[in-house]
Design a protein around this ligand. Structure first.
Ligand SMILES: Cc1ncc(COP(=O)(O)O)c(C=O)c1O
Length: 385
């Protein structure tokens, strides 16, 4: 039977979750338990050997010289901005159609986020949007220092064209790859696409741990040293050598041990995610606007997000059939109270506002079955019939 055929028993009501971590545990649960036991036995809960090993393996997998594991994606963003020396009076260009943390990190270092629109096809910041944001920053009397493109829903932004604008305007590209670790762009892996990249290992991310976690990637040895110092209270050569203001932002050794086991099956899981995305495209095409990949990009499909003017009806029908869905992001960041005063690019954020009203994310994880996908698609089609 071809993948596209709706073979499911559509009368089933077994819940379908957005992410099924239990299915992954059934595959590697024993290895994870052994890995955690090893940490309990050696007792190096902070900066243990698993942290160093994880950094080494991620660096190899992503083709980048330096990986600095840390306590969360938000810490990674904040540490990166601190290491770049971004602060009061500086502007950082960010998309508004993202998770709050992208802009939050900017405010936490005392700088100002300047919000820009995104592309409807890829959900990502474009070079044109970046240029508009730089203009708005200068008009507001701010010094543009950096831009944080977000690889939304797992697909990398168009880094070549963003880098052209960034170079010309003297701003650093700092990739928010919280959702895209494992994806690639023009044959290069996420982590090696910008001078600095942040990711998240939040449990529901494509590569997630069993708590909070994150990492930074950079080809720059000097920047990597600053990041390692910031990660641990600004300590230089030893504990009592404080060379800068830092944080407590280390990745727990137990989380690194979990991630090492998950990394062993990650490529396989990414392939499964692509198969599932292809199957959704076949099942849903023509009924809703399905997500598209830009030329040269792969995605890890952190979310499978479709667009429809009837998305509220779709959400109701899915729920009635025991199927989870999520709205990412019904309120764009610039519209939230703490960010309303921040500058926005001229021309407004029209695509962002459309996406906020039309986007709905469907269940997506490597263990989603063809039957479950057929049930999701049937419910989507019923909702808009
Ligand atoms: C785009 C984006 N940036 C940053 C973050 C923050 O990551 P964390 O939750 O690990 O702090 C997330 C997490 O959801 C995210 O999706």
């Amino acid at each position: 039977m071809p993948d596209t055929a709706p073979v499911a028993d559509l009368t089933q009501t077994k819940p379908i979750a957005m992410v099924d971590l239990a299915a992954q545990r059934a595959r590697i649960g024993r290895q994870v338990e052994l890995a955690i036991s090893r940490v309990l036995a050696h007792g190096a809960f902070i900066n243990g050997p698993e942290v160093t090993e994880l950094e080494r393996r991620l660096a190899t997998a992503c083709g980048v010289d330096h990986v600095i594991a840390c306590a969360s994606g938000t810490d990674a963003l904040m540490m990166g901005l601190m290491a770049l020396g971004v602060g009061p009076g500086d502007a950082v260009i960010v998309p508004s159609f993202t998770f709050t943390a992208t802009a939050e990190a900017v405010v936490l270092v005392g700088a100002t986020p300047v919000f820009v629109d995104v592309d409807r096809a890829t959900f990502n910041m474009t070079a044109t949007a970046l240029a508009a944001g730089l203009k708005a920053a200068r008009a507001a009397g701010l010094r543009p220092r950096a831009a944080i493109p977000v690889d939304l829903f797992g697909q990398p932004a168009d880094y070549d064209s963003l880098a052209d604008v960034g170079r010309h305007e003297g701003v650093v590209l700092f990739a928010d790859a919280a959702q895209s670790c494992g994806a690639s762009y023009k044959g290069r892996k996420v982590g090696a696409l910008a001078p600095l990249t942040a990711t998240s290992f939040y449990p529901s991310k494509p590569l997630g741990c069993y708590g909070d976690g994150g990492a930074l990637f950079t080809p720059d040895a000097e920047l990597a040293t600053r990041l390692r110092q910031i990660r641990s209270h600004g300590q230089g050569k030893h504990r009592d050598d404080i060379v800068r203001v830092g944080l407590t932002a280390r990745l727990d050794t137990i989380q690194a041990a979990v991630l090492l086991e998950k990394l062993a099956i990650f490529d396989d899981e990414c392939r499964a995610r692509q198969t599932i995305a292809d199957r959704y495209a076949n099942l849903l095409g023509g009924s809703v606007d399905i997500p598209r990949l830009a030329a040269g990009a792969t995605s890890v499909w952190a979310q499978y997000t479709v667009l429809s003017p009837h998305r509220d009806r779709i959400a109701v029908e899915l729920k009635a059939n025991g199927i989870s869905s999520s709205l990412f992001y019904p309120v764009p960041v610039h519209a939230h109270g703490p960010y309303r005063h921040c500058p926005r690019a001229d021309g407004g954020l029209a695509v962002t506002m459309q996406l906020a009203n039309e986007a709905i994310s469907l269940p997506m994880h490597p263990y989603l079955t063809p039957d479950d996908q057929a049930r999701v698609a049937a419910a989507v089609r019923r909702a808009i019939a």
